[in-house]
Write a protein that binds this ligand. Structure first.
Ligand SMILES: [Zn+2]
Length: 235
């Protein structure tokens, strides 16, 4: 293989590694933000449930207070019933007692309903307590890992770039220019392996004559279709 080509392959290899790290580094803030949103959502949902449970307990206490009041009112009415003089008064008061008892029953039904809801909710909170804690820990851990991976990757990129500079110095400037031009036009990939008589990048057939020349000569050939520099892997 042409020795320039060998160097270009090493250069492309480094360029790809650098590009991969760059892509990861750029994506990290978004990934961290998504994880943080999930974490906040998790806590918010948990807090909302706790608040709802407290609200139910408050409603229950209020209803119980209400029942208490109505009971003492009823007991007063029942005492007064004994002292009533006329039939009409008696009927009115009896009706009032009846209404009061109905109200108490309705309020007690409400209390039962609220108690039932509260019990279900408290059970859910108890179960999700552990889940929330575990998931939070996982999320926090992943966030920390992602954040600490950035400086590590940046260091790696710097190393690759230093290595790359050394390699570039060994390539003829005309060829390096060609490499850069094609890489810029072809999503960073300037070289393509010729494999099974096809360009492995664009999958267009390579002319048999070119393919034969690739095996024999030191000349540098380009793919007729995508213009990338072709190379054959040593076997
Ligand atoms: Zn091609």
């Amino acid at each position: 293989m042409n020795s320039d080509l060998r160097i270009l392959i090493a250069l492309q290899d480094l360029d790809q590694k650098i590009a991969t790290f760059h892509k990861q580094i750029v994506e990290i803030p978004n990934r961290v933000q998504a994880l943080q949103s999930e974490l906040e959502g998790l806590h918010q949902h948990h807090q909302d449930r706790i608040a709802r449970s407290q609200e139910l307990a408050k409603r229950r206490r209020a209803s119980e207070g209400e029942v208490e009041l109505m009971r003492s009112k009823l007991s007063r009415l029942k005492d007064q019933l004994m002292a009533v003089k006329t039939n009409k008064e008696y009927t009115v008061m009896l009706h009032e007692i009846q209404t009061g008892e109905d109200q108490i029953r309705a309020e007690e039904d409400k209390i039962l309903d609220v108690m039932e809801q509260g019990e279900i909710l408290d059970q859910e909170i108890k179960l999700s307590d552990k889940e929330v804690a575990t998931r939070s820990k996982e999320l926090e851990q992943t966030i920390r890992e992602l954040e600490t991976s950035v400086p590590r990757m940046e260091l790696k990129v710097a190393e690759f770039q230093a290595e790359r500079a050394l390699i570039e110095d060994r390539v003829r400037s005309e060829l390096l220019e060609r490499y850069r031009r094609i890489a810029a036009a072809r999503k960073g990939i300037a070289l393509a392996e010729a494999s099974g008589e096809l360009c492995s990048a664009c999958h267009v057939r390579i002319r048999p004559q070119v393919y034969a020349e690739l095996r024999r000569s030191e000349t540098i050939f380009h793919c007729d279709s995508c213009d990338r520099i072709l190379f054959l892997r040593d076997v």
